[in-house]
Design a protein around this ligand. Structure first.
Ligand SMILES: [Zn+2]
Ligand SMILES: [Zn+2]
Length: 267
């Protein structure tokens, strides 16, 4: 079975990913409006009616802004942990709430089946009310999304090792952040253990825990102020080269754009 992946947007102005088969799919996060989501999918030959569910990582605005409207307009169930649902309810950005009928609750470590998808949320450290990564199985393929992760944990490594396809945060370049325009408090928040992952940390994590089954890595949630796509790419590529892994031959590496949707990747 072919798995299709699209990054609709990735970063602090909005996050939304599509994963599907030829006839149905799911979204991970909905940090942009439902009209934009519908439009991007339509342009790539996917009808919004094909979306069976939205899975939310955490309750920060850039991951949830559009989810109320989207679930209401198209009757799409929204999966999140109980803490995240509560956080979404309280969030100022939610001009449209998620209706009761569309709420679904998931628990870390418990697998949810949506048609042929098997989706397992797992704990990811970040300064939201709660945060999860998702390990998603379809037939013999395993896809993993980890974003907004303050530091790499043994549990995250476990899921990274099993993944054939991985979306991993590479939020900032350490030097750019240090010398950049952010306030000392914000800088501290970002580098903190419940903040974001740097290019170096993403590279070292991959270099150390690379498995032979890994085919494609997409670096996500790149900061506009404290990162450049080429810099993120080069940093991770260099870290992998140190352990004898060659990008391009061993696996593919790409950075996801902040506001421009990606092509459809057929996996
Ligand atoms: Zn975010
Ligand atoms: Zn966040």
């Amino acid at each position: 079975m072919i798995l299709k992946f699209i990054s609709l947007c990735s970063g602090s102005s909005g996050n939304c990913f599509y994963l599907g088969t030829s006839s149905y799919g799911i979204l991970i996060d909905a940090g942009i409006g439902s009209r934009s989501i519908r439009k991007v999918l339509k342009e790539r030959g996917i009808a919004i009616e094909q979306i069976l569910a939205v899975f939310i990582t955490h309750d920060h605005a850039d991951h949830i802004k559009g989810v109320g409207g989207l679930s209401k307009r198209f009757s799409i169930p929204v999966y999140a942990t109980e803490l995240t649902h509560r956080g979404i309810d309280r969030n100022y950005c939610m001009t449209e709430k998620i209706e009761q009928r569309n709420r679904r609750y998931c628990r870390k470590g418990e697998t949810i089946e949506v048609r042929d998808f098997r989706i397992t949320p797992f704990e990811v450290p970040h300064d939201a009310n709660d945060n999860v990564g998702y390990s998603i199985e379809l037939a013999d393929k395993r896809f993993c999304i980890i974003t907004d992760i303050g530091h790499v944990t043994p549990l995250a490594i476990e899921h990274i090792k099993k993944a054939n396809y991985l979306v991993l945060e590479a939020n900032y370049d350490e030097e750019m952040l240090r010398n950049g325009p952010y306030s000392p408090m914000l800088k501290e928040r970002i580098v903190g253990s419940r903040g974001h992952l740097s290019n170096r940390e993403a590279g070292e994590c991959l270099a150390e825990h690379f498995s032979d089954g890994l085919r494609h890595v997409w670096l996500c949630h790149l900061s506009r102020e404290n990162n450049h796509p080429e810099l993120a790419y080069k940093t991770v590529e260099w870290a992998l080269k140190q352990v004898g892994r060659n990008v391009g031959t061993d696996f593919k590496l790409e950075t996801l754009k902040r506001t421009t949707p990606s092509e459809i990747y057929e996996l």
